[in-house]
Design a protein around this ligand. Sequence first.
Ligand code: AMP
Ligand code: MG
Length: 352
Amino acid sequence: MGKMGRSAAAVLFAAAVCAALFFLLHTAAPQTSASSESFRLGTYVRLSVYGSPDPKRLLSEADDAVARLESLFSANIPTSDVARLNAAGGRWVQVSDETAALLEKALSLAELTGGAFNPAIGGIVKLWKIGTPEARIPGSGEISAAMPFTDYRKIELRFCVGAAEARIPDGMSLDLGAVAKGFVADILKEKLKAGGAKSALIDLGGNLDVLGPSPKGGAWRLGLQLPWGARGEYFGIVEASDVSVVTSGPYERYFEKDGVRYHHIIDPETGRPADSDLSSVSVIGPDSASADALCTALYVMGSEKAAEFLAEHGDINAVLLKAGENKILVTAGAAEIFRPARDSFSVERIGP
Ligand code: AMP
Ligand code: MG
């Protein structure tokens, strides 16, 4: 073999070794993590799973589950359980087990928060249309005409043999937008866990739910959005594992008219965007559906009533950011896992 022939053979040999190594590495270490993104329930659903034997299949099953739940809970899908209830003219409607469970949970959270979280607020939400291009300021006559149809205590639920049924008064409109994302996150978390994931991050437009420890080991570091900062700029960090962190604030969806900001969280007592002295509320807990409804309710209550509520309910952990101040209010449990991102924020303890 000549000089050229020998070097060509060496190159071929090296290439063969590389190919073999590549093959070996890829068969010896199968992929155990994957991420997905979809637009569902009016928000970006971002899922990441780690330590799973088949992460792609697990994510595709999770995506199917979100699509199915959206098809049950979305008021904008005419065949959904919620849309059928809204259009039933006061008659009983058969609903899926998931819808019945979500309604039952929503009703108990409405009761717990004295109606600050109100799943029957749909008629008012539809008047304002905040978050849509048709957002507007309804007349006070329109608001007072819609208010009598927001009494959540008139929502009925019954469990018959093999089927659940619900009934809402004619003229009432359900809106589960303040609780459904958390409820879906809880279902996804169970699914990913049952499917063998060691860790997972479920992000439904700021509704965060994490399974297990962070993939790097230890606690996850979850940032709380600074309402007046750029996306991804945080006012504080929660460090925890296996937990849900849900945040509500007026900065998420709003429109402005004549220098006044109208946001999407309605005070059910006035039928208008809540005039709250808070600019962000996060609830941290094991159950994302409760955390979701509670952060909306605490925002509506404002700092004083929220502090009283949290003093009475010592099992609820929350982080509240006062509007226009660098002041953060935290419950005892939250203080253990929360730290402000900047020294300029003062932290005050609330709760029992
Ligand atoms: P969230 O982003 O979880 O705070 O939920 C806000 C969404 O829930 C709004 O876009 C409305 O569809 C609905 N909503 C607004 N105000 C309330 C309220 N006081 N109780 C229950 N749902 C509400
Ligand atoms: Mg909520």
